[in-house]
Design a binder for this molecule. Structure first.
Ligand SMILES: [Zn+2]
Length: 452
């Protein structure tokens, strides 16, 4: 038997049951055909001696939305699948991926805030939808779910006009389709806790599976994270079906024109926070701390300017990571499409998880951490054949060098937000080597559109 590709001599991490040991992997037609201690023959081979072979990382929440630049950043950090669509669910991008493939595998969820509302003619984020508009959104949402969307996304903080009625009507649709809803909470900062109740109410009343997005960015404050987690624990105890994800940074990115920064925004983060906690992260002022004048000017003239809001407490991250219902996602940006601009999450998240939270701080074991970016997201979205290394699974693999792996992306005032990590030796998508020692191999179409 000769396989298309053999990955030799690596320490292979498998789940269910968990094991890490020296194995060879035989791959043909994009699938894992065998994992064995026996020698295998292949038309081509990858020597993974001294390295760890992991299931390709699944990014539960990104803004890649079919954009090449961000997909490359993700691939370099070991992601072989990304799911997104919070802001744009572009039919052209979807069709292009379906027809021509993509660098990595890609799935979408439909955005209530930016797709469904727009489709029924609502442009004002503070406007409530009428009964008729809600009905129209329901019909559209059903179409999206039928055509493979992984769920329905709500950006409640970004679209404050969203009524409970809108959420309930669409949550019912998601439940009927066995799908999930993803929620960016209505408030972040010290007020976030109260807005959890709204999420629990939907989960309880409809029975829908709910996923809370970027937990650290919403509640990453001293005393608040613990409270939020204990409330979620209680809700799960009471039968709610809830998961969440978190980023690994102490500052979150947003656009300066976003409703997150409306009015006296800094007050929701406590007394010590001021305009000085805003750093401009794109455009000609990139890297500068914001002034009042600059804030007003950019909001008026360039509301899409990226800013980094440094208000979070890094000590809260391990608390979230300790919960088995919290996954790790990159939240990777959809651009800007040039270097030295942006937020380090787009290029650094997964290696950071392994270097800082597994190897250095020992918050999680390797398999616990890797599950949060492979098996658990796959199960939550019902993605078959991904997120694990076993016979029959898609051959999405990342091979890491445990000595070298580390993130190098940093905030724009200290470094390059898009700096690739070290120690990602190989990335395989559907059996093809797309990246070797940080060099792309010229294969840009191994990834597929994945559907629910
Ligand atoms: Zn996001």
């Amino acid at each position: 038997m000769e396989y298309d590709l053999v990955v030799k001599n690596g320490d292979v991490l498998c789940f269910e049951p968990d094991s890490l040991g020296r194995r060879n992997i035989g791959i043909s037609q994009g699938k894992i055909k065998v994992i064995t201690t026996k020698a295998l023959r292949g038309k081509a081979s990858v020597d993974a001696g001294g390295k760890i072979v992991l299931p390709g990382f699944i990014d539960f929440h990104s803004h890649v939305d079919g954009k090449e630049f961000s997909a490359r950043c993700l691939a370099r950090q070991g992601a072989t699948t990304t799911i997104g669509g919070e802001r744009s669910f572009d039919g052209l991008a979807i069709r292009s991926i379906q027809e021509k493939g993509f660098l990595i595998n890609h799935g979408f969820y439909v955005s209530h805030s930016f797709t469904l509302r727009k489709a029924v003619g609502i442009s004002d984020p503070y406007q409530k939808a009428t009964d008729r508009e809600i009905q129209n959104m329901v019909v559209l949402a059903e179409k999206f779910l039928e055509s493979g969307s992984f769920g329905i996304h709500f950006g409640l903080e970004l679209v404050p006009g969203t009524s409970e009625k809108e959420i309930f009507a669409l949550a019912e649709v998601a439940r009927e389709y066995g799908s999930i809803i993803l929620i960016h909470m209505r408030k972040d900062g010290f007020q976030a806790i109260q807005t959890l109740e709204e999420i629990f109410k939907v989960a309880k009343a409809t029975g829908v599976a709910v996923h809370i997005l970027h937990l650290m960015y919403m509640v990453g404050f001293k005393g608040i994270m613990e409270k939020a987690l204990s409330k979620i624990d209680d809700a799960i105890e009471e039968g709610c079906n809830i998961t969440a994800d978190t980023g690994l940074y102490n500052a979150f990115p947003t656009c300066i024109g976003s409703s997150i920064l409306d009015g006296e925004w800094y007050k929701k983060y406590g007394e010590t926070v001021s305009i000085k906690n805003l750093m401009i992260s794109s455009g000609i002022y990139a890297g500068e701390i914001c002034s009042q004048g600059c804030y007003r000017y950019l909001r008026r003239e360039f509301p899409n300017t990226l800013v980094t809001v440094s208000v979070l407490d890094e000590a809260e991250i391990p608390k979230a990571l300790k919960k088995d219902y919290v996954f790790v996602s990159t939240n990777a940006a959809d651009g800007p499409h040039y270097e030295r601009i942006g937020h380090p999450e787009t290029a650094g998240t997964f290696p950071r998880l392994i270097r800082h939270y597994v190897m250095e701080k020992k918050v999680l074991g390797l398999s616990e951490a890797v599950k949060k970016i492979s098996l658990l997201p796959a199960k939550r979205f019902g993605i078959q054949n991904k997120g694990n290394l076993k016979e029959g699974c898609d051959a999405d693999l990342v091979i890491i060098d445990p000595e070298k792996i580390r993130d190098r992306a940093d905030f724009i005032n200290r470094g390059d937000p898009n700096m690739p990590p070290e120690g990602i030796s190989y990335v395989l998508v559907n059996g093809k080597v797309i990246l070797k020692e940080n060099q792309f191999q010229g294969i840009n179409n191994a990834g597929k559109m994945i559907n629910y």
